[in-house]
Design a binder for this molecule. Structure first.
Ligand code: 5GP
Ligand code: MN
Length: 335
């Protein structure tokens, strides 16, 4: 991390401040883990700090230290609004564009606060006074670790901070599987374990948390899957009716998209999930097949080279038809 940027943040933190930390909409393990890790660190520095999430987060993250202290805009809009309006310093974590903050977006856009971004997505927007952006980082949690280290406070990382940061590194690397996992990632993880993160327990808390309904829903995902041999592409769908039938809860569909990618030689896996009058998409790829560019160009989204999201306004049938139309562009690398 750039020394000048770190010095800048140190100066900012010297003032009497009200601080908010914001994850992206529908936050995942990395978003919540990084926000809570930074939150606990700033509390150690005796700062007045609150994590404000645009909406609720999955049950498999509710056990994280201080997770119950997160202010959720959807559940308490007035309180969250006041918190943002009164903030003088706002950290945005694990996203690169204010429009990813959903209901909080207008409040952030109109805020007079100083912004600090910590994020590992490509092409960060220029709204922050200090931008820590590293698209090569495995996770925002690893960046928060590097931030605390660069602040000279590595030894302030206690069991709770270590637990939060380990969780996000673990989830965003797909259990240390994705190519973003380097020797440095494992060194950070090892350090966090030394500081008290219980790696096996954390894994179990996150991944052995399925409801029976979720597994039934997974069976629908697998049944609905189509494999396009010509394009080495697997895609599947979940309609509103199917989600309702199995009482789908927040986070239940996380990770479903990965099953398509386990088919031998798959280049691309996609899941289409109906959310009212639009279709939310998750895309995953292998190698240098860039789903970030694909999602940006055709599905009003973005993300990383091998993991991205997007949306399509219309019916499921229209979404799939459009996807098949533009798929050759992706496969033939015309994007
Ligand atoms: P997921 O498919 O798990 O929702 O997201 C995969 C990655 O793409 C994550 O890094 C997530 O932040 C990003 N992502 C998901 N949906 C969108 C979107 O609509 N827009 C952008 N810019 N990024 C997204
Ligand atoms: Mn992330």
């Amino acid at each position: 991390m750039n020394i000048y940027d770190i010095e800048n943040v140190k100066l900012l933190l010297k003032k009497q401040l009200k601080i908010s930390i914001i994850p992206h909409k529908s936050p995942d393990g990395d978003a919540i883990g990084s926000c809570l890790g930074l939150y606990l660190y700033l509390k150690q520095l005796h700062q007045d700090v609150t994590v404000v999430s645009p909406n609720d987060f999955p049950d498999y993250l509710k056990w994280l230290p201080s997770a119950d202290e997160i202010l959720i805009y959807d559940n308490a809009p007035e309180k969250a609004k006041k918190q943002i309006e009164n903030s003088t310093l706002i950290f945005t974590l694990d996203f690169n564009s204010l429009k990813r903050a959903d209901g909080l977006t207008p409040l952030l856009e109109n805020s007079a606060a100083t912004f600090v971004m910590i994020d590992h997505h490509q092409a960060p927007e220029a709204y922050a006074k200090v931008t820590f952006s590293n698209p090569n980082a495995s996770s925002t949690c690893a960046m928060v670790y590097s931030f605390i280290d660069a602040m000279g406070d590595k030894n302030q990382i206690d069991r709770e901070i270590a637990t939060c940061l380990y969780t996000g590194i673990m989830t965003d690397t797909g259990n240390f599987k994705y190519p973003t996992t380097t020797s440095n990632t494992l060194k950070i993880a090892a350090f966090l374990i030394e500081k008290g993160a219980k790696n096996s327990q954390i894994n179990s808390n996150v991944f052995d948390n399925n409801s029976f309904n979720k597994l039934q829903l997974l069976s629908v995902v697998l049944k609905n899957m189509t494999y396009l041999k010509e394009y080495d592409t697997a895609y599947t769908t979940l309609s509103s009716e199917e989600l309702q039938q199995y009482d789908c809860q927040k986070g239940d569909t996380d990770g479903f998209v990965n099953y398509g990618l386990t088919i031998k030689n798959t280049k691309l896996a996609v899941i289409f999930i109906q959310e009212g009058d639009f279709i939310k998409m998750s895309l995953r790829s292998k190698g240098n097949n860039d789903v970030n560019l694909f999602a940006r160009k055709y599905f009003n989204g973005g993300g990383h080279i091998n993991a991205a999201g997007g949306r399509f306004n219309g019916t499921m049938e229209e979404a799939v038809t459009y996807f098949k139309q533009v798929l050759p562009d992706f496969i033939h690398k015309n994007i």
